[in-house]
Design a binder for this molecule. Sequence first.
Ligand code: SF4
Length: 355
Amino acid sequence: MKNTASSSFDVTAFNAALSAWYSKSARVMPWRGTADPYRIWVAEVMLQQTTVVTVIPYYERFMARFGDVQSLAAADIEDVLALWQGLGYYRRARMLHACAKEVVSCELGVESEGGWPRDVGGLMALPGIGPYTAAAIAACAFDIPANVVDGNVERVVARLFKISTPLPAAKKGIFAAAGTLVNEAHPRIYANAMMELGATVCKPRNPKCEVCPVAAFCALAGDETVDNYPVKVKKAARPVRSGVAYILMREGDIFLRKRGDDGLLGGLWECPNDGLPGAGLDGLTTMEYEEMGVVRHVFTHFTLELEVRKVERCDVSMGGLGEGGWFGEEDLPPLPTLMRKVLKVGVIREHAADL
Ligand code: SF4
């Protein structure tokens, strides 16, 4: 039954084995067991670049506050960002908000359900919804046979078929191979089961081939090279950038400024710094300051090291610092993780656990 070039692949038997395993082994998650596209969509967006364990409490708080797409659409973006605080990749929250508005306001015609298009193409036309998320909503909410390929599924398929072309060039081939496996009769179960298999059994390192429900169909089951699949081109080392961040204080208040809407940490608040793209320090470097330490933060494409300087009694004019304001410690706006680290180092030790 091994999936070699000379043997045929029994998709029906594969799906029977996969479904039987999933019905016994699926983990309980707050976004499973629902066919509500809104709940599935929010979960999928949060799970992009973030682990399940981290997402669960954020998801539950988000759902408690914004239980349906109408309440999210009606919300102030600052409230949405406040609930997102700490999850990172804030553009996701902005797109979520924009998409909710579109779903609520759009006249989508008879092929929609509660404002949601019922096909992958229609879902992809919404702001921030790409091919993967559209397929996940179509399969998990509407039980449509969509080809859902996230990183977990990509790994499973690359191993099942022993695809040796390195990523990212292999993506197209892996997607096509995954498409041959889709369970037309039970698309929702299939999509969830493949993602679960990759997350819990066919892990990146040391996959549990000995207990894998589809080992009989896998070209790499128990193979000592299995960890090398999917094959990847070695990435260049992530560059390290450095800069300075100023904590400007005046009568106990802290100065924060708002970044431009586009680009890294777009629209979020920051301490004046010259480490982030688009940021600058203007005349601040001539001010007397206290050295507080260095914070390090890893972004997708670079690592940033910021030297934190505190100016206790700031008399700088606001001109040149950008759009901003003074905030009490108890009244801080939603801050990205990097800036929470800066403030932890520099000023709000007694509230550090809350930041
Ligand atoms: S047999 Fe091993 S490599 Fe193949 S799908 Fe299962 S866990 Fe992954």
